[in-house]
Design a protein around this ligand. Structure first.
Ligand SMILES: [Zn+2]
Length: 254
């Protein structure tokens, strides 16, 4: 997708979460995609003179199809590339959005106040320690709260807590400064490993709760209930937190 030129933008239904600007097709036509990034759940397509901000909403999906493919119900726009492929957006509930900014995308009002990305410098031990002060919620739920840090899904939170040797159910406020530092390192290590094992920016975005297959084969605790802990051999335990399954080793994690 990167280096491709946008042949045209075809908008079939502009009434998304925010109305797609009527002049957007004219603005983006002919521009080359020079950067593909992600910020929280926004896909950022950096063009030569601006950035497209695409959000899938609750139910939306983006798929790559030959541009001549017949439209289905709830297909709302096609970003047609010069390769003949269209990135087609489908969203039955129309909570998704397609916006454009000429300025620095991180300063866009929708992005400027988002919580830090776990791989950014802003997510460090001081930050994690400070947001955990006074909070009774479990540390795993704090990690998965996108208002505090974005993009740490269930798999990654479980695995990071194992590596940091912290029980997922521990109250966030009980963490020491050293615990916070260890947990930050663990979160970063787990995410970097997932990216190395085949996660890509786009795939992570399209399948936010998934994880690459190769990464899954090397999980320490996630979905390994009853199996021996890879570190100590004790059976991995499971519990439910906030309607999500959590896995941990009771002897390695305190
Ligand atoms: Zn263990």
């Amino acid at each position: 997708m990167r280096r491709r030129r946008i042949a045209r933008l075809r908008v079939y239904e502009p009434r998304l979460r925010w109305r797609v600007a009527g002049d957007l097709p004219r603005k983006v036509a002919g521009q080359r995609i020079v950067r593909v990034g992600r910020r929280a759940k926004y896909l950022l397509l950096g063009l030569e003179s601006g950035t497209l901000l695409l959000h899938l909403g609750m139910s939306g999906n983006l798929r790559a199809v030959p541009a001549a493919t017949a439209r289905r119900a709830h297909d709302h726009f096609d970003l047609v590339l010069d390769s003949g492929v269209a990135l087609r957006f489908n969203d039955p509930r129309r909570f998704g959005s397609l916006l454009y900014t000429r300025g620095e995308p991180q300063r866009h009002p929708l992005l400027a106040h988002l919580a830090p990305e776990p791989l950014s410098r802003a997510f460090d031990a001081d930050y994690l320690y400070s947001i955990s002060r006074g909070r009774r919620i479990a540390i795993k739920q704090l990690l998965m709260n996108s208002r505090l840090v974005v993009g740490v899904g269930n798999i990654y939170a479980s695995e990071a807590l194992f590596r940091a040797r912290l029980r997922p159910g521990r109250a966030a406020r009980s963490l020491t400064r050293a615990d916070a530092a260890r947990l930050v390192r663990a979160v970063r290590a787990v995410l970097r490993q997932a990216i190395r094992s085949g996660g890509t920016t786009l795939r992570d975005y399209l399948d936010a709760d998934g994880a690459p297959g190769y990464f899954r084969q090397r999980l320490y605790v996630y979905e390994r209930r009853g199996k021996p802990c890879r570190r100590c051999g004790s059976p991995v335990r499971a519990m439910t937190q906030g309607q999500r399954s959590t896995y941990y080793c009771a002897s390695c994690q305190k």
